[in-house]
Design a protein around this ligand. Structure first.
Ligand code: ATP
Ligand code: MG
Length: 191
């Protein structure tokens, strides 16, 4: 699974997911847009339904990719430990769970709720991300893999700022996501 705010989803997310799926021979990648992200309570996050739909649009053509509403429908702040427990309950005990994350989120992992529990819930895969150093702050033996993925210096923050400034986001996000942003007039007033 790959959790994220996906505000909006961009090609950095998609490349990381695709690379990890190939490297680890994953059957599928489930994108899980957050409900209300507790680390981002300082800014207004786009309504969950818009973020969910953009994630669906971006992943629809890949048969290996799907999107789960699990965090959106739970309501309240999203904690990764809840997400992983719910996915485990949904998929059953025989499913091996992998949590895909970028270097920035990976380094923060010890500040998340229930950090020690997390490693028992899934195998964590930290992907390189331009502008962030992927270092091991003392992860448990065998619980985490750090992998290199093609460097795409794209962030949702940058995409939002570009839209607000009238700059293009073509080729940073999938075409359908550009069209959805325009249709819904997202990110216009954020500069
Ligand atoms: P924001 O700027 O709003 O924080 P973001 O681009 O960081 O957005 P998130 O939705 O916060 O996107 O990230 C979801 C996950 O994807 C995180 O684990 C993050 O580290 C990872 N990720 C995001 N962009 C990239 C990228 N360009 N390369 C690799 N991993 C990425
Ligand atoms: Mg982020």
């Amino acid at each position: 699974m790959m959790g994220g705010t996906f505000d909006p989803i961009h090609h950095g997310h998609l490349v990381a997911a695709s690379e990890v799926a190939a490297m680890f021979h994953l059957d599928e990648v489930v994108f899980v847009p957050t409900g209300q992200p507790w680390q981002k309570s300082d800014r207004t996050v786009t309504p969950a339904e818009d973020r969910y739909l953009m994630t669906v649009i971006a992943t629809a053509s890949n048969p290996q990719f799907s999107v789960s509403r699990i965090d959106i429908d739970r309501g309240g702040p999203t904690y990764t430990s809840d997400t992983l427990r719910d996915l485990r309950a949904e998929r059953g005990p025989d499913t091996q769970l992998f949590f895909i994350t970028g270097a920035d989120a990976m380094s923060q992992i010890f500040s998340w709720r229930d950090p020690q529990d997390l490693f028992g819930l899934a195998h964590f895969i930290g992907c390189t991300r331009p502008g962030h150093v992927l270092k091991d702050p003392g992860f448990p033996e065998g619980g985490v893999s750090l992998v290199e993925v093609p460097a795409l210096a794209i962030s949702s923050t940058d995409c939002r700022e570009r839209v607000a400034q009238g700059l293009p986001v073509w080729y940073l996000v999938p075409d359908g996501v550009v069209r959805y942003i325009n249709k819904r007039e997202l990110y216009r007033g954020e500069a």
